[in-house]
Structures are given as structure tokens and as C-alpha cells.
Design a protein around this ligand. Structure first.
Ligand SMILES: NC(=O)c1ccc[n+]([C@@H]2O[C@H](COP(=O)([O-])OP(=O)(O)OC[C@H]3O[C@@H](n4cnc5c(N)ncnc54)[C@H](OP(=O)(O)O)[C@@H]3O)[C@@H](O)[C@H]2O)c1
Length: 245
């Protein structure tokens, strides 16, 4: 993929990994649209980069996602790259969580339902372009699940599986399908947890290198080692993940 002249939509683009990706695309000469819930964060991002386009949308709401996709298709005919980055991670013990059913629904919707819905709605539009991409941000926990985040891990496993099937379905089209697998990153999502975190910019740089080289599965930093280990010694990989904060 070229690194410039795209029109890129990034969900969760006002903070963390999404914001690092947004700045990276802007600096490389792309038009960038970010989506988030928090208007103050969207405004701050827009103030830093006046060319940036922002949309407020709660991805938890299917009707809002549908309305957003109509606005995007009508308002941004050049849109050719979709980055499904927004996500949440809830840590709880199912047995002790009084609102488990509601929390499950929320996490499954944001991490899985919304990216699938947005992909399905935007795909016909993306496929009209000579060069297009869908990028799904998953996690090593989608391969090696962690017991403290019992729903996050399966949502990422399912998003990874969807990414792989979509890649095959779209092989004969102009749409390339990427999976970005970050390591432990210093963002709001990991706030308050100790450990060897990398900066979101490190993830963004690894992404741009992979994107430029059409590397469809972009494993960043220690993810390479962990997934390699998981292939041959899955029990050891699970032990390592369980010990992480
Ligand atoms: N941090 C890590 O160690 C790590 C590792 C592997 C994978 N990842 C993945 O990387 C992605 C980005 O996470 P991050 O670490 O950068 O965390 P983050 O800073 O908390 O960013 C998450 C983003 O998702 C958006 N978001 C969440 N719920 C939303 C909703 N209902 N509607 C609209 N936007 C919503 C947030 O926007 P608002 O603030 O406006 O709600 C925020 O911008 C996630 O998919 C995460 O699973 C992270």
C-alpha cells in the first residue's frame, strides 16, 4: 500500500493507538477522519490538526453506526481505508460481577459488533477504489486468552478470525485486509497497570512499515515472540500471559 493520498477513517482515533495512527497518516499526506464518543477529545485532536475531520459516534449503538456510514459515504466519496481500532477492555470475575450480562453485551458490541457492522456497510464503497484497505486492530490476547479479561480475549479472537476470512473473500478485489496486533501499550486502556509498555507511536511506526510492505498481519514488538512461542509451546505462552499485570 502507498503511504500517502489515502482517505482514512480511524475509529477511536482521538486517543492512544488510534491517535498515533491518525497523526502518522496526517504527517504522510493523507486525509484523516476520526470517530469517538468523547467530544472534548475530538475537539482537542482537531485543534492540533485543523485538517482533521471528526465525527462523534457511540459505536455501541447500531443505529448510530448506520447513520455514520451514510454520512461517510455521502460526505467522503474518496474514503478508501477503514481502521477498526476503537475498543474497550473490562477486567472482572464472571462469578462476582453483578452486571455481567450488560457488560458482556457492551464489550462484544464495541469490540466485535461495531467493526463487523462498519466493515459490512462501508465495504461496497471501499471496493470501488483502485486501492483500498480494512485494518482491524486485534490483540495477542485473541490468540493467547487471559483469564482476567474473559470477554475481551474472545472478542479479539473473533475479530482476528473475521479478518482472516474477509481477507480470503476479498482476495480478488482491490481491498487489502490487515490485522494490527499491538503489544502492551501505554494508553488509557492499560492505565494503572504496571509492566513493560511501549508508546503508541512505536505501534504506529510498525504499522506503517507493515502497511507499506503489504504485510497483512502486523505483529508488533513482543507479540512476535509470544505468538511464535504459542505455536510450539501453547501452555508456556498462556503461563506468561496469566502472570502479566
Ligand atoms: N493498549 C494496549 O496494550 C493494547 C494492546 C493490544 C490491542 N489494543 C487495542 O488497541 C485498540 C486501541 O486501544 P488503546 O490502547 O489505544 O486504548 P484507548 O486509548 O482507550 O483508545 C480506545 C479508543 O476507543 C474509543 N471507543 C471506545 N468505546 C467507544 C464507543 N463506544 N464509541 C466510539 N469510540 C469508542 C475511545 O474513544 P472515546 O474515548 O471517545 O470513548 C478511544 O479513543 C483497541 O482495540 C485495543 O483493544 C490495545
Amino acid at each position: 500500500m502507498q503511504l500517502s493520498n489515502h482517505n482514512v477513517l480511524i475509529t477511536g482515533g482521538a486517543s492512544g493507538i488510534g491517535w498515533a495512527l491518525a497523526q502518522g497518516f496526517l504527517k504522510r499526506g493523507n486525509q484523516v477522519i476520526i470517530v469517538g464518543r468523547n467530544q472534548a477529545k475530538l475537539d482537542a485532536a482537531q485543534a492540533a490538526f485543523p485538517n482533521l475531520i471528526t465525527y462523534r459516534c457511540d459505536l455501541q449503538d447500531p443505529a448510530a453506526v448506520e447513520a455514520l456510514s451514510v454520512q461517510l459515504i455521502n460526505g467522503h466519496p474518496d474514503l478508501n481505508v477503514l481502521i477498526n481500532n476503537a475498543g474497550v477492555q473490562y477486567a472482572y470475575q464472571l462469578l462476582d460481577e453483578p452486571h455481567a450480562v450488560a457488560r458482556i453485551a457492551q464489550e462484544v458490541r464495541i469490540n466485535l459488533g461495531a467493526p463487523l457492522q462498519l466493515t459490512a456497510l462501508l465495504l461496497p464503497h471501499l471496493a470501488q477504489h483502485e486501492e483500498a484497505a480494512v485494518v482491524n486492530v486485534t490483540s495477542a490476547l485473541g490468540v493467547v486468552p487471559k483469564s482476567s479479561v474473559p470477554v475481551y480475549s474472545p472478542t479479539k479472537a473473533a475479530l482476528r478470525s473475521f479478518t482472516q476470512t474477509l481477507r480470503i473473500q476479498l482476495a480478488a478485489t482491490s481491498v487489502r485486509v490487515f490485522e494490527l496486533i499491538p503489544p502492551f501499550v501505554d494508553t488509557d486502556l492499560t492505565a494503572g497497570r504496571e509492566g513493560d509498555k511501549v508508546a503508541p507511536e512505536v505501534v504506529a511506526e510498525a504499522f506503517f512499515e507493515g502497511f507499506a510492505n503489504d504485510k497483512v498481519e502486523i505483529r508488533v514488538g513482543k507479540v512476535k515472540l509470544l505468538l511464535g512461542l504459542h505455536r510450539w509451546l501453547p501452555a508456556m505462552a498462556r503461563q506468561i500471559i496469566e502472570k502479566k499485570p
